[in-house]
Design a protein around this ligand. Structure first.
Ligand SMILES: [Ca+2]
Length: 140
């Protein structure tokens, strides 16, 4: 799966099937479906935007999936139920209906680790200061 026409964390959703890249129809597409797509791409699933109406440009190929039915907890869209797919997508779907998503660029867990690392550095540094300047503490 790839995101096209946006940034590394946003774009039109394209999936590969039998060597051909195609799109997903917006029919039945909701935030739970978008969560699985962002998770697959390794992004945070907490602040996601669904972009419709060709926000990142319409695709120009096949439409492989419509009526995607993810619960939001799946690790991969291949594990979601799908209403219609491959050669049987909804006839109302055209490339105007291609879905796009904007995932969150930042992972909450990454920020948490970064915060922990800063605390570690402060603690190591303050230990170093107390060892190299022992009298400052004894004079109090
Ligand atoms: Ca859905």
């Amino acid at each position: 799966m790839r995101l096209v026409g946006g940034t590394n964390y946003s774009g039109r959703v394209e999936i590969e099937y039998e060597g051909i890249w195609g799109t997903i129809c917006d029919r039945g597409f909701d935030i739970n479906d978008a969560k699985v797509i962002c998770r697959m791409k390794g992004f945070n699933t907490e602040s996601i935007e669904i972009r419709l109406n060709g926000f990142y440009g319409n695709g120009n190929g096949r439409i492989f999936i419509s009526d995607l039915l993810c619960t939001g907890d799946e690790p991969d869209i291949s594990e979601c139920n799908v209403g219609r797919r491959w050669n049987n997508t909804n006839t109302l779907c055209t490339n105007i209906n291609d879905v796009a998503v904007q995932c969150s660029m930042y992972n909450v867990n990454v920020y948490f680790l970064y915060y922990q690392e800063i605390i570690n550095i402060i603690m190591i540094h303050s230990r170093f200061v107390s060892q190299t300047h022992p009298y400052e503490y004894e004079m109090v």
